[in-house]
Design a binder for this molecule. Structure first.
Ligand SMILES: N[C@@H](Cc1ccccc1)C(=O)O
Ligand SMILES: CCCCCC(=O)O
Ligand SMILES: [Zn+2]
Ligand SMILES: [Zn+2]
Length: 398
């Protein structure tokens, strides 16, 4: 595959970005921020490095619009990546090696350093062609998205963010595994429920009623039956995606002090992914009924719950969507709207009433988010630059 000089440059920059270590835990963003500052400057953007109190440092590159007073377009990506289990990778997870099929292997290739680089290259091309847009375009490179602390959630509360005057955002979705591109317009709520089972104590050789273990078993059975029914719903309806059903996983079990003393308390922590259209109060009441039926002293502790997730409207009431859709239609892209199964920074922006399109411009790509041997094919990467170039040009002139 013959590449133009611009395409070769884009791939080299992508590889450089992938090789910079921004892997949890305890990330030092110095090298990454230096790289992005240089890259933005070379692309013709102005670059600011913010270090607000509540948030770790972040980079914002800007291409000013002809009418800077208009709400801006924000292209958001996170710099951080999740850890790897090196022994399961066939390539160095931070080597950004390219195989004979043109697949670029590295942690972050899909999630989401590839998207960040596609944003830069798309805007670089606009600047190089002398395109001017009504709206200012900002590219934010934020920290800590994968741990949800000191990242976008904090940044949106700062004056620096407010000064960006953001009107619309493009952020991440997931690779499409067919020729369709995935467009996230909402995401599920992540609930953390700790079920505390209190029961009798005594010698471990007895058979008393009312033990914590029996109650825990009842609770686990109920959650797992629910999990099974949701999984069946998904498998029986090809129109549903993971974001349309409630996922349930048992993540932590605690209890017991030693093998001959009946534990008076045992707890189980379940994480649920709750779709936007679920009646939260009804679900909570069902879970509380399971606790009552399990026996006395069984309590549902709502460690983390949010009952309402904002949605970005995909209809003609949303002018940003009409422009986004127009660009995709002109490119004849197949778009599959979905509710994201996991969390992204979009949730913090939608909460402010800012429409946010989760859209990773990669299709025909196996979803390897947080998985071994994460890769992005170089042609898919380059196609994505063309796609963002068109979409950004439309949105920045809404
Ligand atoms: N992208 C992360 C966002 C997240 C971080 C921390 C907690 C919850 C969600 C995920 O889905 O896993
Ligand atoms: C499963 C979807 C989650 C994508 C957001 C992330 O992990 O960065
Ligand atoms: Zn991730
Ligand atoms: Zn991500």
């Amino acid at each position: 595959m013959l590449l133009t000089e611009e395409e070769q440059e884009a791939i080299i920059n992508f590889q450089k970005y992938l090789r910079i270590s921004t892997v949890h835990p305890n990330i030092n963003y110095d090298e990454c921020i230096t790289f992005l500052t240089q890259l933005g400057f070379e692309a013709g953007l102005t670059v600011h490095v913010f270090s607000p109190d509540l948030c770790k440092r972040l980079v914002v590159m800007t291409y000013e619009g002809t009418d800077p007073a208009l709400p801006s377009l924000l292209l958001n990506s996170h710099m951080d990546v999740v850890p790897v289990q090196e022994k399961h990778w066939k390539y160095d997870p931070f080597g950004a090696e390219i195989d004979k099929l043109g697949n670029i292997y590295a942690r972050g290739a899909q999630d989401m350093k590839g998207v960040g680089m596609q944003f830069v290259e798309a805007v670089r091309r606009c600047i190089k062609e002398g395109l001017k847009f009504r709206r200012t375009i900002h590219l934010s490179f934020v920290p800590e998205e994968e741990i949800g602390v000191k990242g976008m959630e904090s940044f949106v509360k700062t004056d620096e963010f407010k000064k960006l005057n953001v009107g619309c955002v493009i952020d991440e979705s997931m690779p499409g595994e067919t020729d369709e591109f995935l467009l996230a317009y909402a995401e599920r709520s992540s609930w953390h429920l700790e079920i505390i089972c209190n029961g009798v104590t005594g010698h471990g050789s007895l058979l008393p009623d009312n033990t914590a273990g029996e109650k825990l078993r009842h609770i686990i059975d109920k959650f797992m039956d629910f999990r099974k029914s949701e999984k069946k719903k998904l498998l029986n309806n090809s129109n549903l995606t993971l974001g349309d059903v409630t996922t349930v996983n048992l993540m932590i079990i605690k209890g017991g002090v030693q093998t001959n003393v009946l534990p008076s308390t045992m707890t189980a922590l379940f994480v649920l992914g709750v779709p936007v259209d679920v009646d939260c109060d009804k679900l909570l009441n069902t879970i509380r009924k399971w606790c009552q039926d399990a026996g006395d002293g069984v309590i549902c502790k709502e460690v983390k719950i949010n009952k309402y997730q904002e949605v970005t409207k995909l209809d003609k009431s949303n002018l940003w969507w009409m422009a986004f859709k127009n660009a995709c239609d002109e490119m004849k892209l197949k778009i599959k709207p979905l509710v994201m199964p996991g969390g992204t920074d979009s949730r913090f922006l939608r909460k402010l009433g800012i429409p946010s399109f989760g859209f990773s411009a990669m299709n025909n790509t196996k979803n390897l988010l947080h998985n071994h041997d994460e890769y992005l094919n170089q042609q898919i990467f380059l196609n994505g630059i063309d796609i963002y170039y068109k979409i950004i040009s439309e949105l920045a002139n809404v």
